[in-house]
Write a protein that binds this ligand. Sequence first.
Ligand SMILES: Cc1cc2nc3c(=O)[nH]c(=O)nc-3n(C[C@H](O)[C@H](O)[C@H](O)COP(=O)(O)O)c2cc1C
Ligand SMILES: O=C(O)C(=O)c1ccccc1
Length: 362
Amino acid sequence: MEGVPPDSLKQEPVDLADFINLFDFEQMAKGKMTEMAYEYVASGAADELTVRWNRQALDAIKLNPTVLTDVSQLDTRISLFGQKLAHPILIAPTAYHKLMHPEGELATARGAGLASALYVVSSFTTTPLAEIAQVATQPLWFQVYVRDDREFTRNQIQEAEAQGCQALCITVDTPVPGVRNREQRGNFRLPAGVTIPHMGGPIVEKKPFTWNDIAWIQSFAKTPVLLKGILNPDDAEKAVQAGVSGIIVSNHSGRNLDTVPATIEALPRIAERVNRRIPVLMDGGIRRGTDVLKAIALGANAVLVGKPICFGLACGGAEGVAKVLQLLTYEFELAMILTGRATIDSIDRSVIWDSFRENKQG
Ligand SMILES: Cc1cc2nc3c(=O)[nH]c(=O)nc-3n(C[C@H](O)[C@H](O)[C@H](O)COP(=O)(O)O)c2cc1C
Ligand SMILES: O=C(O)C(=O)c1ccccc1
């Protein structure tokens, strides 16, 4: 617990066997974290409408299973930018893991290893990348918050690449943080001793962050550049034209601009516009194996999970993170079997129940 005040975490052992789905982790995490940390992780912007819509929109989608297909050779593997992954469920970048567990990002990286998951490290990591890279056994990507100071940003990116990060996710939906009422009420502050070694000093940005900055990053980045936080199909087209390697359809878990649509609602039109020219990833509200299946059916190449990883970390460190991912991949495998889809490529639009057609017929 070096550097972390004893009252900032309530570490009592839990039996991970008691956790049978991802919602159990949120429930349990509430008792395991300080109120400040819990409010930071669990909250969304303003009235949290988008937070709710992310879940509601996924729940509202019905599945159209195919029976009697051979799913004996179930294969969840995918390939992204030439990187082979065991399954399409990635760890989304989330800040400040030492608020959730004393081992912080090291536990997250170990959990990712146990569950064969790619881990996107936040630029607000509370552990240096060099240390994370030492314990990682799965690919790491790095998430970038672009600062006004270009020298700083270039060094940050080059350091991440030097540490072996295999792609860069440039977050484009947070020129400023959203209206975080619960975070304010929770009086959010980093406990003494918790630092953010890759973000430098206090952030007071003045310059607008634009497509020019993306071009500039691409001019020296050696790894694939993804834009994280695309919701508008026109922006997706601009991203393709800008020559980025991939995009992440995301509303930041409803933490920035409240009342933007659920990501699963934005995904189909973005996927249609991109038309497989570059990979499209998606996050926001993925909690069930069927959610992963729905996102892939509607055009995602892979999904990321944020909050459940934070809650898994709070509940059980590396094993908690691994359990979250293992439950989700297991549920996803069941969803593939039960819909008659043996491979990721076979998960297409036809696995979605077409309610509109049903209404017309009925
Ligand atoms: C506690 C927390 C911290 C986050 N920190 C970051 C961050 O540092 N950088 C970033 O790009 N996104 C950040 N996000 C957004 C996630 O990367 C991701 O878009 C989102 O959490 C996915 O939705 P989900 O949490 O519903 O799975 C954060 C989200 C949460 C919940
Ligand atoms: O909390 C977040 O969602 C986030 O992305 C963030 C914003 C500012 C500092 C650290 C993380």
